[in-house]
Design a binder for this molecule. Structure first.
Ligand SMILES: Nc1ncnc2c1ncn2[C@@H]1O[C@H](COP(=O)(O)OP(=O)(O)OP(=O)(O)O)[C@@H](O)[C@H]1O
Length: 257
């Protein structure tokens, strides 16, 4: 089967520095892949190349076989590649529900224009409630977005990303800046999305236990290069990865059998 996302020799140079260096990668549909690597390895830059925030110096990104380089990030979102930070434009003075409703509306605009005003309003609100339930944020529906904790804001962003109904979700460190107590709730949200089984998810994370818990496969970037790509077990047992990055810092018992 054709991979849903694929890169060929994907490369970007900033001055003399090659931040992403001839990366060839394939993502099967409905797969969960995590990207790991030390700080500065090129993970976020790789995401930016896939989502269209950056244009490559060389190489190509494909979505269902279609080359994407000429498409803007908005056009890529319309095709089915959604990235969480594109919609971090949460309106602080609107409620949580209103924020999600706006995201649903932006996706559903055309479909709902056909319906009568009241009915469309009702359907959009229902969908927004469903999404808040999925990300475990229903209890905050009427709170202003500005009143949310950092972890709750990340949940709201995920709900807004889901509202766009893209087949692929690019999640860049959803737990960054969170308190330890907030992490399990985000993990639960990502599990719920994964368990529905209808999305392809690419995740950047530093938390190894979370990665091992969620991933079908893991790719390792190092100095912009793809060092390894395989099952969690392969990666944890890969000597090059061990030497370059993991350095024996993880617990063997976490490896999925
Ligand atoms: N716009 C830019 N201009 C110049 N250099 C850049 C730019 N964006 C990224 N870089 C450089 O590219 C390299 C890769 O950065 P990137 O942020 O992709 O790494 P990362 O793996 O996501 O790191 P972290 O885990 O710290 O987020 C770094 O050396 C960074 O300084």
């Amino acid at each position: 089967m054709e991979p849903i996302v694929k890169t060929e020799n994907l490369t970007i140079r900033f001055g003399g520095h090659t931040a992403v260096d001839h990366v060839n990668f394939e993502m099967p549909e409905k797969h969960f892949k995590s990207i790991i690597g030390p700080n500065g390895a090129g993970k976020t830059t790789f995401f930016n190349l896939i989502s269209g925030e950056l244009k490559p110096s060389e190489g190509e990104v494909y979505f269902k076989g279609q080359p994407l380089t000429k498409l803007s990030s908005v056009e890529r979102t319309r095709l089915g590649l959604g990235r969480s930070f594109q919609i971090t434009n949460v309106f602080p003075n609107l409620t949580v529900l209103e924020n999600v409703r706006l995201a649903v509306q932006s996706k559903e605009k055309i479909r709902y224009q056909m319906l009568k005003h009241f009915r469309s309003y009702q359907l959009i609100t229902e969908r927004a409630h469903e999404l808040l339930e999925l990300v475990l944020l229903s209890s905050k529906a009427d709170a202003f977005a500005s009143q949310l904790s950092h972890g709750e804001k990340r949940k709201l962003e995920i709900a807004m990303l889901l509202a766009l109904e893209t087949e692929v979700l690019l999640l860049d460190e959803p737990t960054a800046g969170m308190s330890l107590e907030e992490v399990p709730a985000i993990l639960e949200v990502i599990h719920q999305i994964k368990n529905r089984g209808d999305r392809t998810i690419l995740l950047i994370e530093h938390k190894m236990d979370m990665i091992l818990d969620l991933s079908d496969s893991i790719m390792v970037l190092f100095n912009g290069k793809l060092l390894a790509d395989g099952t969690p077990e392969d990666i944890m047992n890969n000597e090059t990865v061990q030497n370059a990055y993991l350095g024996g810092l993880y617990d063997d018992s976490l490896v999925k059998s």
